[in-house]
Design a protein around this ligand. Structure first.
Ligand code: ZN
Length: 276
């Protein structure tokens, strides 16, 4: 066999050395990667978490706008179409619309002010995350609202109005029965035409109650300390003349006027009313 030249031998040695280095490095690298697997997982998870969309910041309307414009521009974020003046929907938004200012991520609101049928109401309610009000048997609200109310009720003893489930979230049929107890179809027509509004402070027309949305409760409140505990936790009286009725807006009191709500004292009760 022909002897290899020095040059060829040198090249073979160099190639062998490179192969050895690659093999050793590859083996160690593989071991290193295995060892670091959980870290790598964390890195990839962290990267995924970083790329998730961050929660939207709450909408605060331009404070140069008037109250009405501030209110309407905020509720426009929730409603598929903002009701036009001189419609039944506009009357309802005026009476019950304060709740549409709630911007908590966990809180769900219907995209319109009327849930026209039992089925529509059921479909909406099926999307809600509910929680029990502490110390009650069957009083449920949307979880954020229940949590906030429970905090207020730790500060103060605040009883439910009747103590029954009807004080809390109602279904379509219960809303309808309450309406039929105080009003009828003739009154409904008058309300729809804007000829009668006072009834809205006693009972909500079918499919329109804040109680359907899991964001209202009827309470027995008599002292300023009870009111303060509720206000501090995002609960306010928003329906004029409906004294036991409390609405979960989820904002503290100093924020409410930013959205155009008006602080109004009626019959000794401080309400936060819509400006429309
Ligand atoms: Zn009520």
């Amino acid at each position: 066999m022909k002897r290899l030249s020095r040059k060829t031998t040198f090249i073979i040695i160099v190639v062998l050395m490179i192969l050895t280095v690659i093999t050793i490095y590859g083996f160690n690298h593989h071991r290193l990667v295995n060892k670091l697997q959980p870290v790598k997982e964390c890195v990839s998870n962290c990267t995924n978490a970083a790329t998730l969309p961050s929660p939207p910041t709450p909408f605060i309307p331009n404070q140069q706008l008037d109250e009405k414009q501030r209110f309407l521009s905020t509720v426009a974020k929730k409603l598929s179409t903002v009701p036009q003046p001189n419609t039944f929907e506009y009357i309802l938004l005026r009476a019950y619309g304060a709740v549409f200012l709630n911007q908590e991520l966990e809180v769900k609101l219907p995209q319109k002010v009327i849930l026209a049928t039992e089925q529509e109401a059921q479909e909406f309610q099926a999307t809600l995350t509910m929680a029990q009000v502490d110390g009650t048997k069957d009083c449920y609200l949307q979880k954020s609202a229940a949590d906030a109310l429970n905090k207020a009720r730790i500060l103060q003893n605040i009883p439910l109005k009747s103590g029954y489930a009807g004080d809390c979230t109602r279904d379509f049929t219960t809303n309808l029965h309450f309406w039929q107890k105080y009003a009828n179809n003739q009154v409904l027509e008058q309300v729809q035409q804007g000829k009668e509004t006072k009834i809205l402070g006693t009972v909500a027309p079918p499919g329109t109650s804040q109680h359907l949305w899991g964001l209202a409760i009827d309470l027995r409140v008599s002292s300023p300390a009870q009111r303060q505990a509720l206000n501090q936790n995002g609960w306010f009286q928003t329906v004029e003349h409906d004294v036991p009725h409390w609405t979960y807006i989820g904002w503290t009191e100093e924020n409410l006027s930013k959205f155009g709500l008006k602080n109004q004292v009626v019959g000794g009760i401080t309400y936060w009313l819509t400006p429309i």
